[in-house]
Design a binder for this molecule. Structure first.
Ligand SMILES: [Zn+2]
Length: 275
C-alpha cells in the first residue's frame, strides 16, 4: 500500500458526492495524515505547478496545489495543501516534502490531501472534462510504478506494496535486525514502496557433498558438544544462506528454517564457499 502513512477517507471511483448528494466519479483519492502534516511526493519528477490553483490552468479550485510530472509524463496532483514548499521547474524525488496538508480551495469539507494521477500533463495539466477519462486509479498507478526488481545478483530488493521488513527477511532467509543494520534503517516499521533494500553483503554456499554439518547456538562457542543440530546439504543438492554476521574467524551466523539463527563453522577446508 503506497499510502501507508495516511488514512483513506474517500477512495478513487464512483461515490455519492459530499456536496450534491449525487452519484459522481471521484477522480482522486482523499488521504488524511493530520492538519499541516508534511506531504511527501509519492513519485518523483518535475514540478509543473506550485501555488494557488488558478481558474483555467487545469487546477482551478484545487487550492494550494502541486503538480508533478513523472517520467511517463503523467501529472500527479496534490491538492488543498495548507502550504506549498516546492517551486515550478524544480525536480523532486519520491519522499521530498512538497507542502503541508490543508483545506484550501473550493469544495473542501475538511483538512485532507486530494491526490490525483492524470493520464496527461498537457495541455492544461492534463485536464479534460471527464473525471474518469483524465485519471488513473492512484493506488494502482503508484504501486505499479515501482515494480519488483532484483539487481546486483539478487542482492538488492525493491520494496513493493504490502511489504514489511519481516516479510522480506523471511522470503530471503535473513532477519529484520540484519536488514536494519545493513541498510541503516531508522524505523523498521517505516519502509516505502520503491525503497531499495540491500539483502546481504555475502552468501554462504554449503556443498552438496556434505551430509552432516554442525550448527551452534549463537551464544556459545562453536565446538563439539555444543551443537544445536545438523544441516544436510546433500539432501537438498547443496544449501545456501545469507551471511548475517561474522562473529569470529571462519564462523558465520545464518538463519535456518530448522534451527533458527545459528553459527556455523566455514573454514575453506570444509568446502564451504562465501561470496
Ligand atoms: Zn478528493
Amino acid at each position: 500500500m503506497p499510502f501507508r502513512d495516511y488514512q483513506i477517507t474517500s477512495p478513487y471511483g464512483y461515490r455519492t458526492d459530499p456536496f450534491t448528494g449525487q452519484r459522481s466519479f471521484h477522480d482522486g483519492i482523499d488521504l488524511v495524515k493530520g492538519h499541516r502534516s508534511p506531504i511527501e511526493a509519492f513519485v518523483g519528477g518535475k514540478v509543473l505547478y506550485a501555488g494557488t490553483g488558478v481558474s483555467g490552468t487545469g487546477v482551478g479550485g484545487y487550492g494550494n496545489v502541486v503538480v508533478i510530472q513523472d517520467k511517463n509524463r503523467r501529472a500527479h496532483v496534490y491538492a488543498h495543501l495548507d502550504s506549498v514548499s516546492v517551486k515550478k521547474g524544480q525536480t523532486v524525488q519520491r519522499g521530498t516534502i512538497i507542502g503541508r496538508q490543508g483545506a484550501t480551495g473550493t469544495r473542501v469539507t475538511g483538512s485532507h490531501l486530494h491526490y490525483e494521477v492524470r493520464r496527461k500533463s498537457s495541455p492544461s495539466l492534463g485536464w479534460v472534462n471527464d473525471p474518469q477519462a483524465r485519471t488513473f486509479n492512484p493506488t494502482k498507478y503508484v504501486t505499479n510504478y515501482f515494480p519488483v526488481e532484483q539487481v546486483d545478483g539478487g542482492n538488492v530488493y525493491v520494496v513493493k506494496a504490502g511489504d514489511t521488513l519481516s516479510k522480506i527477511a523471511l522470503a530471503h532467509k535473513t532477519t529484520v535486525d540484519a536488514l536494519v543494520k545493513l541498510n541503516n534503517i531508522k524505523d523498521k516499521n517505516k519502509i516505502v514502496v520503491g525503497q531499495r533494500i540491500k539483502l546481504s553483503g555475502q552468501t554462504l554456499y554449503l556443498p552438496k557433498t556434505a551430509s552432516s554439518w554442525r550448527v551452534y547456538p549463537t551464544n556459545v562457542a562453536p565446538v563439539k558438544g555444543n551443537e544445536k543440530g545438523f544441516l544436510n546439504p546433500k539432501k537438498f543438492g547443496g544449501l545456501q544462506y545469507t551471511v548475517l554476521a561474522k562473529p569470529q574467524a571462519n564462523v558465520v551466523t545464518i538463519q535456518t528454517s530448522d534451527f533458527g539463527k545459528v553459527n556455523i563453522y566455514v573454514h575453506p577446508s570444509t568446502g564451504a564457499v562465501i561470496k
